[in-house]
Design a protein around this ligand. Structure first.
Ligand SMILES: Cc1ncc(COP(=O)(O)O)c(C=O)c1O
Length: 467
């Protein structure tokens, strides 16, 4: 790791910790002045201990799969952009020209990040919108090509046939709920492929076996947000491409949600062979927006907009977000950092995670179970999903009693599911009692061995308290 890159995250982490403590402090004071709020929001002594101690000590953030703080360089870029590039990019005077140039720069940089061309990048409000756009496009594309496909696939004429989508049972809610919506409203048939309980990833042959003549989309995430397990996307794409050669009119579109993989492992959309790839800025120290990589929008790959407002709708997608130029610039900066330093980031996270796992094993011995370890499966370098075994050690309980550790029991979008074990872990074959105790520790670029030591000590003290 270069000196500058090595030093910066450490400084940032402490700044970040400071801001957490401050906002916790504000929340705490507000609650303290209002006993009704206090009782509503903190109704157990478990919650109390964690909250009070976290106000007093320096916290360690290990929830980088939920979101990441902005890099210092990124903050600087936003400030400059707000001052200099405030014009409408369609305007011909300097502020507009500058804004347009900045959008172009950002698009080029995000394209480099995923191995595509600038024109392949469509900015969105986030990963959720990008994923929904893919499902919307696949269904629309199916119906528009239906007539032509009928001639090729005569057997599809027999009954009313819906577009068919293949996805997995461990996808993020923005894929899962989009698929369920289409299915429940009879807009598409969906097959949810179960991941193997041995490897925790989808098996390529299961995906291929699920393909039907009316399959229009296969959408499988690149890496899982809870277990960190990496899916065999390249192999799926090469098998499906061979099938596509025989189905020109109704080819199967290929999508991967790369939200968790970007910034942690190398990602190249062309090498993977996907048509669409979801990008989420806030997972790699960038802005709270996203993008969709589309391999040649409306030349090689169809794309149908969900928002209208300009004459050329697809062009509209590209220029819709004129009001968030600062966010786009921030995307530029965050993507450049990943492109230039990924190997260092990856190596650092991997080394620190292995150290964390070693320390956990040394302290908890046979009472530890890693829910992110599956024989033969690769995982993200930063993700350690772990259960400390024993009664009364449910993940939520452990976390709310920890005095320094800030982490989560699983995906942020399931944070209201209380003490219910994660469906993702259950789907991966983790027994209920083990899944109930799961804690997802996800490390960042700046996580140090000292942070790991502090967290393991915190967990040790918490377990002693709860047992
Ligand atoms: C795998 C995955 N996909 C999609 C998303 C959604 O991204 P966004 O929060 O930008 O809508 C997330 C965010 O947690 C994610 O982890």
């Amino acid at each position: 790791m270069k000196q500058t890159n090595c030093g910066i995250p450490v400084i940032k982490l402490s700044l970040f910790c400071g801001s957490i403590t401050q906002s916790c402090h504000k929340a705490f004071s507000a609650r303290f002045q209002n006993p009704i709020n206090l009782n509503e929001s903190m109704n157990s002594s478990d919650t109390w201990r964690g909250h009070i101690f976290r106000l007093m000590s320096k916290v360690v953030y290990m929830d980088y799969n939920a979101t990441t703080p902005l890099e210092a360089e990124v903050v600087q870029t936003i400030t400059e952009a707000l001052q200099e590039a405030w014009g409408n990019p369609s305007s011909t005077y300097p502020a507009g020209v500058k804004a347009k140039a900045m959008i172009k720069k950002s698009r080029e940089s995000v394209a480099r990040l995923v191995g595509g061309e600038a024109d392949d990048i469509i900015f969105t409000s986030g990963g959720t919108e990008a994923n929904n756009m893919v499902f919307h496009t696949a269904v629309e594309h199916f119906w528009r090509n239906w007539e032509a496909a009928q001639e090729t696939h005569r057997h599809l004429n027999e009954n009313r046939v819906f577009p068919h989508i293949v996805t997995s049972n461990v996808e993020h809610d923005s894929v899962k709920l989009a698929a369920e919506y289409l299915q429940e409203n009879r807009k598409a048939d969906v097959t949810f492929i179960s991941v193997s309980q041995e490897t925790a990833h989808v098996e390529v042959q299961d995906i291929i076996a699920a393909v039907r003549p009316n399959t229009c989309l296969i959408s499988i995430m690149l890496a899982n947000n809870e277990t960190g397990v990496i899916m065999p996307i390249q192999e799926i794409c090469s098998r499906v491409k061979a099938m596509n050669k025989k189905r020109e009119k109704l080819r199967i579109l290929l999508h991967t949600d790369a939200a968790q993989a970007l910034g942690k492992i190398p990602v190249n959309a062309r090498e993977l062979g996907v048509d669409f790839l979801t990008i989420v800025g806030h997972k790699f120290y960038g802005p709270r927006i996203g993008a969709l990589y589309v391999n040649g929008p409306n030349t090689r790959t169809p794309l149908y907009p969900m928002l209208f407002g300009v004459k050329n709708a697809v062009q509209g997608l590209k220029y819709f977000w004129v009001s968030i130029i600062s966010a786009l610039l921030c995307f530029y900066q965050a993507a450049e950092l990943v492109t230039n330093n990924l190997l260092d980031y990856e190596a650092h996270m991997q080394k620190t995670r292995l150290y964390l796992e070693e320390r956990l094993k040394a302290v908890f011995k046979d009472k530890i179970h890693f829910n992110s370890h599956y024989p033969g499966s690769d995982i993200l370098p930063n993700t350690c999903n772990v259960s400390i075994l024993g009664p009364g050690l449910q993940g939520w309980r452990v976390l709310s009693n920890c005095t320094r550790l800030l982490a989560s029991v699983g995906a942020a979008c399931h944070s209201d599911s209380g003490d219910k074990p994660s469906d993702i872990l259950l789907s991966c074959g983790i027994p209920v009692a083990v899944a109930a105790n799961a804690v997802r520790l996800s490390l960042g670029r700046g996580t140090t061995k000292a942070d790991v030591d502090a967290v393991v000590e915190d967990l040790k003290e918490t377990v002693q308290l709860l047992c």
